[in-house]
Design a protein around this ligand. Structure first.
Ligand code: C2O
Ligand code: CU
Length: 567
């Protein structure tokens, strides 16, 4: 079914007439649920506009991937198969999980390899997402369409009278835009902004929504643009959730700014609209001051765009008859979050947006006068500490600050009080030009002195340019997947393992010349010359216990030893 969607889109594009605006039916991503998720990453192509097809990449699809439904408390097992021609990574944005499962730049999945992270879902019910995070390749791979939604359910959220019929009164909306070259290829170099909106990958999207309260789960999956979102009749709508969960109570607004990486869940009342009437969800980006991402002047060039400084449609809505048991009111309370305050923090840190390193004009932005380096740990956090981070942007341009591992509470902003629209749990914060913001978070459950978590600007071009740092969480007794600190060239996973053992290389060009598995006392149990490692190493015949894996690199012939546990 899903394969047909973009072909249907192309037919509509081709029949587009000049007199009236025509729309294409909003694609609603397919769903996957349960506890085992098989995600196949593929290079493919899709018809977005008249003329050539566009080279894309997707997860079991032509562009963007299925929505994964997780239940809080479940342990989920991911089989991520990289069927692309390039290495990639898949990051579970917003999820609290061990660093080695996080899918950041260190967890490179070579082509043909299956990566099998797993973790217990402890996040609150909310809208999260997954996307590639390969250093210096994030913009290209995201542009091609890799990514998807994650929706977590939990008991508290399920007990509320909220719309939750997926695709009917509960709609995921992935907002992004693309620029095309003359042959309809996506442009992903020297471009910060697209020229044409794609909502869930659909150009000029429209959707039928029932005459009742409808929930929209909105994700800004752009490279750099922020959206000032509202409805065409300026109607009031209700923010019910931020990045990491429901707010304590709905917040009524007529506009909300969503920066790259942020999610917001809203309720909008269509109960007073006539069946057959229409309205638009729009970006009111006209008249934003310079510094607002997408507020730059000009319609072309690296920072220009046909969508800069204008109001434009995100979704055309046709009101249809109500469903059988519609939600007809906004709950007055939603959750009972107790948030961290500044006083809870025992450690204070600062991160400052700075310019690029001298002599590196290709990296215009950094943090604290440095750029991302694979082998530099910028911060070390003690497990279970509650920390206060102040992010300062004295730059002339806004940024979107994101941190892995935690959901945080914004406790202050230099511009005055923290908006009620961002009063819940967050993992991205919009940092307008010449401002600072302070958040508090607890770094709990997962320590690993080797595998770092990232913090970065979520603008894909800034992140690729090195506006990223990393931290490790150390200490405690709950460390997961500790490995030898000697070298970071490769990782064994899962660890413990019982059936197959996988090796993930930090440098995709690295190859195993020889793999030898020994017991801790040095007895060799497996010799694997020039092993084909894509399918992992079958260790199902080993008896339970601790083993050493010695891997000799093809190029350097250096041998590194790692410990693993056979269950
Ligand atoms: Cu959404 Cu580090 O990423
Ligand atoms: Cu930035």
């Amino acid at each position: 079914m899903k394969k047909l969607i973009l072909l249907a889109v192309s037919a509509v594009v081709l029949t587009c007439n000049l007199s009236a605006q025509t729309y294409n039916t909003l694609w609603i991503p397919d769903t996957m649920s349960g506890t085992t998720f098989n995600l196949n990453l593929v290079d493919t192509f899709a018809q977005f506009r008249t003329g050539n097809q566009t080279i894309t990449a997707g997860v079991d699809n032509k562009f963007w991937g299925p929505t994964l439904f997780f239940n809080k408390g479940d342990t989920v097992h991911m089989n991520v198969h990289n069927g692309l021609n390039d290495s990639t990574t898949v990051h579970w944005h917003g999820m609290h999980l061990p660093a080695v499962m996080d899918g950041g730049p260190h967890q490179v999945i070579p082509p043909g390899t299956t990566w099998q992270p797993y973790w217990k879902v402890t996040n609150n019910a909310a809208t999260y997402w997954y996307h590639p995070h390969l250093h210096e390749m994030t913009q290209e791979q995201l542009t091609k369409g890799l990514g998807g939604f994650i929706i977590v359910n939990d008991d508290e959220e399920s007990a509320l009278a909220l719309p939750r019929t997926y695709g009917v009164d509960d709609i995921p909306l992935m907002l992004t835009s693309r620029r095309y070259d003359n042959s309809n290829a996506f442009v992903f170099t020297n471009t910060a902004y697209g020229d044409y909106m794609l909502t869930n990958g659909t150009p000029d999207a429209e959707v039928d929504l029932p005459k009742q309260y409808v929930r929209l789960r909105i994700l800004n999956a752009e490279m750099e643009r922020a959206y000032n979102i509202g409805f065409s009749d300026n109607r009031t709508f209700y923010i019910i959730g931020n990045d990491g969960g429901l707010l304590n109570a709905p917040v009524s607004v007529t506009r909300v700014i969503l920066a790259v990486g942020e999610r917001v869940e809203i309720l909008v009342n269509l109960g007073n609209d006539n069946i057959g009437s229409t309205l638009d969800l729009k970006a009111y980006n006209n008249g934003q001051a310079f510094g607002f991402p997408g507020g730059e002047p000009g319609t072309s060039g690296e920072f220009g765009s046909l969508l800069n400084n204008i109001d434009f449609n995100l979704l055309h809505i046709n009101v249809i008859a109500a469903t059988n048991s519609p939600v007809i009111a906004v709950p007055s309370t939603l959750a009972n979050n107790t948030y961290w305050t500044a006083n809870d923090a025992t450690v204070n840190r600062t991160v400052t947006v700075t310019g690029g390193n001298p002599g590196q004009p290709q990296n215009p932005f950094g943090f604290d006068n440095s750029h991302f380096e694979f082998n530099t740990i910028n911060h070390t956090v003690n497990l279970n500490d509650i920390e206060k981070w102040t992010i300062t942007n004295s730059n002339v341009f806004g940024h979107a600050f994101h941190i892995h591992d935690v959901q945080f509470k914004i406790v202050s902003r230099s511009t005055g009080s923290v908006g009620t629209h961002e009063s819940g749990w967050k993992d991205v914060l919009y940092l307008p030009k010449n401002t600072s913001a302070t958040f508090v978070a607890k770094f709990e459950d997962y320590s690993d002195s080797v595998h770092p978590f990232m913090y970065h600007c979520h603008f894909a071009n800034h992140e690729d340019g090195g506006m990223m740092g990393q931290f490790v969480v150390t200490g405690g007794t709950t460390g997961v997947n500790e490995v030898d600190i000697a070298s970071k060239d490769f990782t064994l996973y899962p660890n413990p393992a019982n059936d197959r053992l996988y090796i993930s290389f930090s440098d995709p060009s690295m190859q195993a010349y020889y793999v030898r598995i020994t017991t801790v006392t040095g007895r060799t149990v497996y010799m694997l010359p020039r092993p084909q490692l894509q399918g992992g190493i079958d260790i199902s015949n080993l008896t339970a216990g601790v083993y050493m894996l010695q891997l000799t690199d093809e190029k350097t012939k250096i041998t590194t030893t790692r410990k693993f546990v056979k269950e």
